[in-house]
Ligand binder design. Sequence first.
Ligand SMILES: *Cc1c(COP(=O)(O)O)cnc(C)c1O
Length: 226
Amino acid sequence: MTIESNIEKVKQEIKESCQKVGRSTDEITLIAVTKYVTIEQTKEVIDAKIVNIAENRLEGLTKKQAACTNEDVIWHFIGNLQSRKVKDIVDKMDYFHALDRLSIAKEINKRAKRRIPCFVQVNVSGEKTKNGIAPNEVESFIESLADFPNVEVVGLMTMAPYTDDQIILRQVFRKLRELRDYIVGKNYPHAPCQGLSMGMSHDYKIAIEEGATHIRIGNRIVGTEG
Ligand SMILES: *Cc1c(COP(=O)(O)O)cnc(C)c1O
């Protein structure tokens, strides 16, 4: 499978999932995760008209960005950040998907030259190995972000457990959507929070059915699983 045909297939499946639940494909932002692959392969993804690219390490983002100078590319950072690295990355990312600590928000606020759109990462499943804010702490966390004018909460993000159990996946995605709706209802000026960054290669169809607005796809696009 080529990257181009993988993308075609993913797009077709996005369309089918949207149709199933009466959503428009315009509501879905397809983000290609290029963390596994080379600059050459990342360029192939961009040449196939994918505009949204994600990396999870500073080194990866820096390298790919330097080589892929297409102005249209929107860069997403999906990895965890250490405070001391924020200053090196904050002006390179268009979106940050893994905000889950006040210390990072504070550092972003201090170092950024503009407002950074951020997704607050939520540990919906409660797995110890996963990062993110506990669901019952999301509201107070987001409230405390009001102190940081350079941090804009554009949505919530989660990673579902690695399972084929559709019931569990649906529960996790649904819970994030309900939390999102709750936060939206608060009308925080600093946290419009319309987005739902959820769904990866093995679970994005369900995530779309449950309301995802941003799906983060690595393997299905750049891998060999086609
Ligand atoms: C690696 C990664 C992805 C992509 O995972 P795939 O299973 O390859 O699609 C999505 N989100 C995050 C946060 C990741 O680290």
